[in-house]
Design a binder for this molecule. Structure first.
Ligand code: GLC
Ligand code: CA
Length: 559
């Protein structure tokens, strides 16, 4: 058992922009975070992970950095950042920071120089290419809509941007660039940052033959994934960073790696690789999505959930650690996607977190999930803020491929802005998030769903999270214990046993709104079943051989 603080801690992801505004400009900030550290402590949080806080013109909400060593104007100052780190460390908490190093803002001084001329010393920090027959170099489409190439009139060439055109991709082949990045990371390490989540990190190398991609049905651009993702040099760059900047025994190094799931994550996280401690995957981001964004399909518990979640659990120790999360700033809301955010809102939110906090890995709670925040079902086109919403509107609706109605319906089911609405602190105007005008609309349901209300209600989702977190911390079995599925083929019930040093914990959840019967397999012996936690009141809790489960019921036993 290789014990580490980042394996035992409970992490919380705050989308700073939407968490708490301290000065009334409608934008969440570092001051707001500092105000709420005791709230996080009360919930039981040990690790705070923040989306980018560096200086940025905010084309993609901070994922377009113009100064790596400074703080975004709207978020505060370096001084406040120091105070935040101190406030965390004083409370025994750690900070994980986002490192966006696949690209910068086009307003970063490196790019400003780079675009000046073909022989500028910074030219090679980015990926430039001449056009083909007066057109873009190839048919690649960016992740956020539109071509992945942008023409630069001044120097007569195109630059590559796999995200928005204000996010030019860095050229990692350039050694000088790599040295500058390393110095920058050391600057944050010296400030006391405890870990890093490296954004879009498996895109660091691109296929420099730039071949056209295949254009799929209903699409405008060629699919470029295999030319920009998980190419061999990415491993060299990660090893170099690990060797030259991170303290392997202490810092936690996490990578966001699209296209990598439980079966192949070891290529980055294998314990002898010297690359990443764990990866953020995309395995459950689109559960329930039909063929097109506006179409739904029922969740298949085995294929959509157990295969993924148990898949991560059953990996070998030497394949590395993993995160436990459903949602982040790039997904929709957990309870809306995987539970029932209407009739069984509280039951299903509690059921979902029961799975999340009783498996092996580091739990990342996405802000607002602890009170069951939902998708922004009432948003209209103008309520959205995400740059990709408008780029894709151009590609799909304005070009006549998709109707406006279907597009909006698709946004309700899939837009990232569902998970970016302001934190719902109380039932006052703007949910107590700001005294000004929020940068994005507050969800219509904030009077029903908010922190203040749930703090007062002992049966709330918040208090269930709190109890469950305390339970997880009370025993190493839930952190390091082995994992074994129970009734793996059951289509409605997810159940498993965690075991360590003779202690066994049995988890049983009903994933849907029906009332299935749980039958304990005969080969599982127990003398006494002690109920540790449940989302319903239970009589005769001790007999676990046959259980009539209620909708979204969840139980945790020591057996
Ligand atoms: C990652 C981030 C996402 C961002 C993109 C570009 O996928 O999680 O929010 O838009 O990278 O930096
Ligand atoms: Ca503010």
């Amino acid at each position: 058992m290789d014990k580490k603080w980042w394996k035992e801690g409970i992490a919380y992801q705050a989308y700073v922009r939407s968490f708490k505004d301290s000065n009334g400009d409608g934008i969440g900030d570092l001051g707001g975070l500092i105000e709420k550290l005791d709230y996080l402590k009360e919930l039981g949080i040990d690790i705070l992970y923040l989306n980018p806080i560096n200086k940025s013109p905010n084309d993609d909400n901070g994922y377009d950095i113009s100064d790596f060593r400074d703080i975004m104007d709207e978020f505060g100052t370096i001084k406040e950042c120091d105070a935040l780190i101190e406030g965390l460390h004083d409370r025994g908490m750690k900070l994980v920071m986002d490192l966006v190093i696949n690209h910068t803002s086009d307003e970063h001084p490196w790019f400003v120089e780079s675009r000046k001329s073909k022989d500028n010393p910074y030219r090679d920090y980015y990926i430039w290419h001449p056009g083909k027959n007066g057109q873009v170099p190839n048919n690649w489409g960016s992740f956020f809509g539109g071509s992945a190439w942008e023409y630069d009139g001044g120097s007569g060439e195109y630059y590559l941007h796999i995200f928005s055109k204000k996010q030019p991709d860095l050229n990692w082949k350039n050694e000088k660039l790599r040295e500058e990045i390393k110095e920058m990371i050391k600057y944050w390490i010296d400030k006391g940052v405890d870990g890093f989540r490296m954004d879009a990190i498996n895109h660091l190398e691109k296929d420099e033959n730039f071949p056209d991609g295949i254009i799929k049905e209903g699409e405008v651009y060629g699919d470029f994934l295999k030319y920009v993702q998980n190419l061999p040099s990415v491993h060299d760059y990660l090893k170099e960073l690990r060797r030259d900047v991170f303290n392997t025994d202490y810092h936690v190094v996490i990578g966001e790696t699209g296209g990598i799931g439980y079966h192949n994550a070891y290529i980055y996280t294998g314990t002898d690789q010297g690359e990443l401690d764990f990866t953020f995957h995309f395995d459950m981001h689109s559960v329930g999505k039909g063929n097109r964004d506006w179409e739904r399909k029922p969740i298949d518990l085995i294929k959509d959930i157990k295969v993924n979640m148990s898949g991560w659990q059953l990996r070998k120790e030497e394949e590395g650690w993993c995160p436990l999360f459903y949602s982040n700033h790039d997904t929709t809301r957990t309870v809306s996607r995987l539970g029932d955010d209407q009739k069984y809102w509280a039951e299903s939110a509690k059921m979902l977190v029961t799975l999340q906090l009783t498996q092996k890995g580091t739990p990342f709670i996405y802000y607002g999930d602890e009170i069951g925040m939902t998708n922004a079902w009432e948003f209209q086109l103008n309520d959205y803020r995400d740059v990709s919403v408008f780029n894709k509107h151009k590609d799909l609706v304005q070009s006549g491929l998709v109707s406006e109605e279907n597009y909006i319906k698709g946004l309700h089911y899939t837009s990232r802005d569902n998970s970016r609405t302001p934190m719902q602190w109380n039932s006052s105007e703007n949910s107590g998030f700001t005294t000004g005008t929020p940068w994005i609309k507050v969800n219509y349901n904030y009077k029903d769903i908010n922190v203040e209300k749930q703090l007062q209600d002992p049966n709330s989702i918040f208090h269930y999270y709190r109890k469950l977190i305390a339970l997880r911390k009370s025993t190493d079995t839930l952190v390091y214990g082995d994992f074994k599925d129970v009734n793996r083929e059951h289509k409605e019930i997810y159940s498993y046993i965690r075991e360590l040093n003779g202690e066994r914990i049995l988890v049983i959840v009903n994933f849907f709104g029906n009332e299935p019967v749980f039958i304990l397999p005969e080969d599982i012996n127990y003398e006494k079943a002690e109920l540790l936690l449940s989302n319903y009141d239970i009589e005769n809790a001790g007999d676990i051989r046959t259980i009539n489960l209620r909708p979204y019921e969840a139980r945790i036993y020591k057996i």
